[in-house]
Design a protein around this ligand. Structure first.
Ligand code: ATR
Length: 282
């Protein structure tokens, strides 16, 4: 695709950002749909965050994704923040319009859409989330907004109790808190397990957040880790006969939601998946 004076700018800001798969994913869409847009990886240190948002306004950027470590701190530089982002307390998508910057969070909805894409619905289901970090927070809020009953298990107990209190305050919903040393009875009645920790991620691919002996084939298992595509958790789940959903789905669906916000388009999910998978080493 030719880059010219009409080309519109988008990108991801983070630090570090060189391993981000978002440029290859979004540029594959622009190429496929013949859109005169380009998506860049922009390494931004925290002292430069405010200047970067102003610079993007000045350069008429269409939008940005925001990644570690700026998802929370970017909020103070934005003009307005959407409901999900406000609840979660973090922004992963910025849209620029008429010199103003609007913040959204598509991580939670990306997770739920990835589950739906694999035929897993969570309304009135019991969902166990492993982890209480940034990704887990987004997923927990969204699962509750979608009508799921949520349990959360995390290594650091204070973090999960804090999250439970926050959800109680903001959504008036009870969350079941579990410690990280899960036992068979903790999983009774659980329909879906979502690993939102980094356990199992390259290079520690032999690690798993959950003992395989706790699983049974009625539980659907999703991992948000996408490198490797099939984590140890998903391998164990597959052997037991569980429905297993890999992390590429969430990555692609959160990106597709960002594209909808920026450009109002229905993103070609399969093209995005192919572009991403092509960049993940075997
Ligand atoms: P992200 O924004 O990707 O969610 P994060 O906010 O750093 O990243 O959260 C990482 C999550 O993985 C946390 O829930 C963390 O548990 P703690 O809250 O106890 O730190 C979890 N995690 C990472 N490595 C872990 C490990 N080896 N054992 C247990 N939990 C781990």
């Amino acid at each position: 695709m030719e880059i010219n004076s009409e080309t519109q700018l988008l990108g991801v800001i983070g630090h570090p950002v060189e391993h981000s798969l978002s440029p290859v994913m979004h540029n594959s869409v622009f190429e496929k749909l013949n859109l005169n847009c380009v998506y860049l990886a922009l390494d931004v240190e925290k002292e430069k965050l405010g200047t970067t948002i102003d610079a993007c306004k000045a350069l008429n950027f269409i939008g940005l994704n925001v990644t570690i470590p700026h998802k929370i701190s970017v909020i103070k530089f934005l003009n307005k923040v959407g409901r999900e982002a406000e609840l979660i307390g973090a922004v992963n998508t910025v849209k620029f319009e008429k010199g103003r910057a609007f913040g959204f969070n598509t991580d939670g909805i990306g997770c739920v859409k990835a589950l739906k894409g694999d035929g897993i619905r969570i309304k009135n289901k019991c969902v166990l989330i492993l982890g209480a970090g940034g990704a887990a927070r987004a997923i927990a809020f969204q699962c509750i907004l979608e009508g799921a009953d949520v349990s959360i298990s995390n290594r650091t107990m204070e973090k999960v109790v804090e999250l439970k209190d926050e959800i109680g305050l903001k959504l008036k919903k009870e969350v079941n808190v579990l410690n990280f040393n899960l036992k068979k009875h903790d999983l009774e009645g659980i329909d879906v397990i979502i690993n939102a920790t980094s356990i199992g991620m390259h290079p520690k691919t032999n690690s798993t957040p959950l003992d395989a002996g706790l699983l049974n084939q009625d539980i659907a298992v999703m991992d948000i880790v996408y490198n490797p595509i099939e984590t140890k958790l998903l391998k164990d789940a597959g052997k037991i006969g569980c429905k297993a959903v890999n992390g590429v789905g969430m990555l692609v669906h959160q990106g597709a939601e960002s594209l909808r916000i920026w450009l109002g388009i229905k993103a070609p999910i399969e093209i995005m998946k192919k572009a991403v998978i092509g960049k993940i080493p075997d």
